[in-house]
Design a protein around this ligand. Sequence first.
Ligand SMILES: Nc1ncnc2c1ncn2[C@@H]1O[C@H](COP(=O)(O)OP(=O)(O)O)[C@@H](O)[C@H]1O
Ligand SMILES: [Mg+2]
Length: 271
Amino acid sequence: MATGSGAADGEALAGGMMNAGAVLRRGALVERPAPRTAPALHVYLRALAERGFDAAPSPVRLTGDGREQLTWVPGDVALPPFPGWAMTKTALRSVGSLLRRLHEASAAVPVDSRAEWPRALADPEGGTMLCHNDVCPENVVFRDGRAAALIDFDLAAPGRPLWDLAMTARYWVPMLDPESAASLYPAGLDAPARLRVLADGYGLSPRERAELPSVVEAATASCRAFVAGRVAAGDPEYGRVLAERGGWQRWDRVQGWLVNHRETFTAALLT
Ligand SMILES: Nc1ncnc2c1ncn2[C@@H]1O[C@H](COP(=O)(O)OP(=O)(O)O)[C@@H](O)[C@H]1O
Ligand SMILES: [Mg+2]
């Protein structure tokens, strides 16, 4: 979606918060601020492609001025308020299976231990493989109603695949009480049933199904701490979105709802 800049500068892309207004499309390329880990991420993305994972942008180059170029991935990206086509069961299942494909490829790529992987939304337990950590609708490209590619690896860090799936569930189920979900998602989404669809699409093991609800709770607490950090640092975009979406009260409500429904989610996942 274009938000204004002239063609010579490229077209500013909507959908991001961390790099709002700074991600530009120039024909077949996307140019964006390079995260600190960009050199290691480019190596990682090339290694994924060598292992047959074709569902991510290809890195093209780092520019001299702190930006990076990647290939533009054709398709549709759902932006809030999320449209019905992005929230079908087929879409959800496809997000699960795409994440599984990423993890299978990623498990075979050695993690660059010299890179300073961001800790913000990473698995506090750490891990031996790189996870995406930010598989929100704005970071998934769809074609024909199915998830076709993951973009925006800025928050990638070592972790457990289960943590990545929990983060993904937060955004795609979504793991929100109905009142909190109402402003962003179509009405009537059945969270326990959808968590099951995502886990099935991923092919989650029984042992990890039993753990998933509590890992979602931990991931939610990490996200809250991340937002608190951005707001405390004076980030205007995060401050605005926090206020617009009901402030800290909303986070309290979501966290209470997750705890109250833990057993319901476990039953939906295991029966
Ligand atoms: N390689 C790409 N292919 C297609 N669309 C992209 C690509 N990179 C970014 N976009 C679009 O631009 C938006 C913002 O880019 P993103 O890199 O996710 O920014 P941010 O870091 O701010 O989240 C995305 O939500 C998506 O719509
Ligand atoms: Mg993004």
